[in-house]
Each structure stands twice: as structure tokens, then as C-alpha cells.
Ligand binder design. Sequence first.
Ligand SMILES: C[S@@+](CC[C@H](N)C(=O)[O-])C[C@H]1O[C@@H](n2cnc3c(N)ncnc32)[C@H](O)[C@@H]1O
Length: 384
Amino acid sequence: MERFFRYVTEAAEQSILVKMTLSKPADKHDELRNVYVKPVLIKERRLFAFTYHYERRDETKNYDATQMLEVLKALIPSRFLNAVLFTVSEDVTLLVSSKGKAIIQTKKVQECREQNLEHDKQKNRLVNPANPWWYQLGLTTREGKITADMQHKFKQIYKYAEIVESLIKPMKFDGTVHIADMGAGKGYLTFALYELLTQKLNLDVLIKGVEIRSDLVLKINDIIKSDNLKGMEFVESSIEAFHPEKLDVLIALHACNTATDDAIASGIKAGAKLIVCAPCCHKQIRQEMEASGKTDMITRYGIFLERQAVMITDTIRALILEYFGYKTQVMEFIEMEHTPKNVLLVGRKSEKPVDKQAILEEINALKQRFGIKKHYLETLLKIG
Ligand SMILES: C[S@@+](CC[C@H](N)C(=O)[O-])C[C@H]1O[C@@H](n2cnc3c(N)ncnc32)[C@H](O)[C@@H]1O
């Protein structure tokens, strides 16, 4: 093992470390499934980005070379039994047996590899402010320069594009990808999605932005028309009344209260392969919890009751997605200061069978504990 760590140290020192993977958890029930390491350049500092892939979420942390080695030593072999170091010229594999015996295999590589230190730079490629719609939407000057007061918004848009890219890129589609963006609002994220999918991922798409406000629908459809964008349209409709027949991807970001449930329900009913939503206000469950009078030492403080209602609402949503065969993750969404509404629920349709009864029992236990009669999404999908 020491030999492997020496290889890593040398690769880091010589800037030839391309990537590293840690796999085969020592405890097969460990929530942490694997770790992916890559070098990055952040503000002129060479760091190592560790992406921790947990069962239901991913987490990324950056370390300098010294910290990186300490972290590796804490993970190998106590958490992971296999590790592969990919350098520009060689692959070094460490295999540790369950009895703690370690072997190392090295293999010279034929192909020409190089370090990719791109990190922040990559973001800019996903959404191009020079595209005319960003000016028409009021985010840039006519020359495509982001205006001072829209810098923050644009940062959020990039971050969103990054997240969506990581979710959609590995997916396989048959022909046109049907997408609904429910509660699309001013269309910022819908355009980012369109741009990402058509210009970067080269997909043939039909994106429908569903929005109840007719003024927004009119304005956005004018922009779509003037830029001659094929494969995108805004539809004036409530989320509740919009029932797509074909749907591959459902997006619902910050749709108010139970409109998120209406969106999730229509995604599930239409058999969407991917459901992505960032819930907004969570009144329904909070009101039920309050009415039940079951507050405790923590939730007697209104703000904590609200936060708990948010978590319970979204946990039940995640469980319902699991019930319908979606592998579900709850992750942090774009950072939005001063608001706890930064959760992203992601459900990917899976072929794996699920224990529906066990999931129902979990939902019921949660409801009982917190004095909830019914989650609105259960009502919509007629379960429970
Ligand atoms: C907070 S904005 C979010 C816009 C966009 N998705 C985003 O995250 O930037 C919510 C939008 O959803 C629309 N909306 C709210 N309830 C809706 C419903 N039931 N049906 C359709 N649109 C709805 C509102 O008019 C508003 O434009």
C-alpha cells in the first residue's frame, strides 16, 4: 500500500496524475460506493477534486496534494479495497484482499494521455452569453456581455446547466427527446436547457415550457420565433392541466407548493426517464403538521417546523418516486443565498424491481410520526 501511495505522491508532484478511482467498498453496505479523483486548477492552485459517489447523492471536495494523500490513506484500505491511478503513461492498480494483503499491478499505456485541469473554464462553454436570446431575455448587452446586475443570475444558470448536463449526458434516447419544463417562468433555465442540449449535446429536442402567465408565454414565444429556434415552445397552461403523452425528461424548478407534486405526478404518469425538480414552498405538509398539534421540542419554534416540513415533504416525494421505480437522489441545488429552497430531487427511471410494500410502510411511518394524513402526491397518484 505504501508503494501505491508513493506512486500517487510522485504522480502529483510530477503533474502526471490524470485521474484516480477508488472502488470496492470494504463494507458492502457502505453508503459511499466509490470515489473519483481528478486534478483541477482553481484560482491558479493545483488541487485534487474528490467526487464522493454515495448511494443517493454525490459530493465534491477539493484538496491540495498533502491533504489528498491524507484523505487517500484514510480511505484505503479501511473504506475501499481497490484503487486505480491513471497517469499520462501508466495505470497503477492496487488490489487489497479482505484479509488486508495488497498487490500492485502496473500497465504502460499506449494512447497519448494528458492532464485535464479544466474546471471553471468548462462552465462557460455550456451556456454562451453571446446567443441572442440572452440579450432578449434581458441578461446581456446587445454585444453579449452579461450586465452587472445579472452576473449572479448567470452564475446560477451555468451551475444549472452543469447539473443538467451531468444528468442527461449519460442517458440514451431514441430520436427526439421530449422535455417539459413546468412552471418555466421567464424562461432563463429553459433557454439554458435548450442551448445545452442542442448546441453542446447535439440532441434533437422538443422542449415545452409550461407557464400559467400569458404575458410570459407571449414574450418567450416571440423570442423563440425571432431566433428561429426549432424544438422549443412555451405553452400557456397550468401544470395541473398539462398532461403530456410523450415525455422523456420532466423539469420543474421552483413551482409553488403542490404544483411540484402535480409536475412529478404527470412525469411519473407519462413514464419520464428523468425527473428533476427543485421544490418551492411547502405549505401542504406544514399545515397538516400544525393542525395535528404534534409539535415537539424542536418544531415548537415555527422556523424549525417549517424546515422540518420541507424535509418531510421532499422525503415523501423521493420515496414516492422510488415506489414508482425511480432511483432517487436528493442533492444541493444552485446556491441561493438566504433561502433553504436549494434542494434538487432527481429521479432516474430504473428497471430494477422495488419493494413497494416496504416503501409504503416507510411513508406511512413518516406520516404517522409527524401527524400527516395524506401527502398531496399520494392523492394524485392514488397510492397509500
Ligand atoms: C418561481 S418561478 C420559477 C421559474 C423557473 N422555473 C426558475 O426556476 O427560474 C415559478 C413560475 O411557475 C409559474 N407557476 C406557478 N404555479 C403554476 C402552475 N400551477 N401552473 C403553471 N405555472 C405555474 C409561475 O407563474 C412562475 O412563473
